[in-house]
Ligand binder design. Structure first.
Ligand SMILES: NC(=O)c1ccc[n+]([C@@H]2O[C@H](COP(=O)([O-])OP(=O)(O)OC[C@H]3O[C@@H](n4cnc5c(N)ncnc54)[C@H](OP(=O)(O)O)[C@@H]3O)[C@@H](O)[C@H]2O)c1
Length: 316
């Protein structure tokens, strides 16, 4: 495992003090799982900015793109015995789970005996809004993960973000790179996309501060926006006019299936279909926990403008 250099530690500690973090925070060692992913990567970055000792879990210690001064631990959540070295001396764990529930029944108890605190990335499957109440396989997995963490005997916090804003990049960037039209389903479905940095900011507070034990936080962006409005805002952020082609169901499913497996297409199609013309569920939890307003979708689109750049050969 790589270690911080003395120079880097003292620089980070000075930066952390300026940012209002205390030496008590800095002394904590946090294991971040999903560290190479969309949320975990931001948790690593923000813990690092706070001067914490971060250990990042990845299955592939060779091919990751994590910063060079982050301690790397190789391990596989679906093979719990591979986690022991990563968990050595860890005060808290940020847990991102993308595997089966069966594998979690081995990993989570093993994590629990080696740390004091678990912060789980789950979903708002308990929230009584139609978007979150459609049948899908992930709900059962998240409910099972919640139960394992709640019954772990450790301090726990469960984060329940609604749809990530970054989904828009994953689904639409390739279309926007090559045309001025996004062809997708349910143009008038409303969601409150949440910026990945805001989810990470809440995770950092729950990992470092007292007072979050036994809490579950539903995290949303600050405003309800239709998918058509989201595409328009992305267009404004990149200085282009991008239209939304509201496809008929069969065609939409075909376009979506090019990017994701059929069960995921079905899950998204049902969830978005259930919220056409229905305002998204909104919370103020991000502001309440971090003291900063949740970032707007326009801010997210500006932050990610480069991701939507035209593909070479399509300049107009
Ligand atoms: N997208 C949404 O709108 C949304 C909303 C609410 C909740 N969620 C939940 O968010 C989670 C996904 O978070 P994300 O988007 O940040 O993840 P992501 O970008 O898809 O990255 C997945 C991460 O999991 C790690 N990983 C995968 N299999 C692993 C294994 N067997 N052992 C150890 N690490 C493993 C990968 O690390 P390596 O490849 O480096 O090993 C990678 O860092 C899911 O649980 C999803 O249900 C998503």
């Amino acid at each position: 495992m790589r270690r911080f250099s003395a120079w880097t530690r003292s620089t980070l500690e000075r930066l952390a003090e300026v940012a209002g973090y205390t030496p008590r925070h800095i002394m904590k060692r946090i294991l971040v799982t999903g560290a190479t992913g969309q949320i975990g990567g931001n948790v690593v970055a923000q813990l690092r900015d706070a001067g914490c000792r971060v250990r990042a879990l990845t299955r592939s210690a060779q091919s990751h793109k994590l910063p060079h001064d982050v301690e790397i631990a190789q391990g596989d959540l679906s093979a719990p015995a591979t986690l022991d070295a990563a968990l050595d001396g860890v005060d808290a764990v940020f847990l991102v789970w993308v595997g089966t529930l069966e594998a979690a029944t081995g990993a989570i108890p093993r994590i629990a005996v080696r740390t004091d605190r678990i912060v789980l990335l789950s979903s708002p499957h308990r929230t009584p809004h139609p978007f979150f109440q459609q049948p899908n396989g992930l709900r059962a997995i998240h409910a099972g993960l919640d139960r394992l963490v709640e019954e772990s005997g450790r301090q726990w916090t469960i984060l329940r973000p609604g749809p990530f804003a970054v989904n828009c990049r994953n689904w639409w960037a390739s279309q926007i790179a090559t045309s001025d039209v996004v062809r997708w389903c349910h143009a008038e479905a409303e969601t409150a996309p949440v910026h990945e940095r805001d989810i990470a900011a809440v995770a950092v507070r729950a990992l470092l501060d007292d007072g979050h034990d036994g809490h579950e936080y539903v995290l949303t962006g600050p405003a309800s926006l239709t998918q058509r409005e989201q595409v328009r805002i992305i267009g404004e952020a990149i200085g282009r006019s991008v239209a939304y082609d509201d496809l008929a169901p069969a065609e939409a499913r075909e376009v979506m299936h090019a990017l994701m497996p059929v069960p995921v297409v079905n899950m998204l199609f049902d969830a978005y279909g259930a919220t056409v013309g229905i305002p998204a569920f909104l919370t103020t939890t991000i502001a309440d926990i971090t003291g900063m307003p949740a970032r707007t979708f326009r801010q997210w689109a500006t932050d990610h403008a480069a991701d939507f750049a035209r593909a070479c050969g399509n300049a107009q």
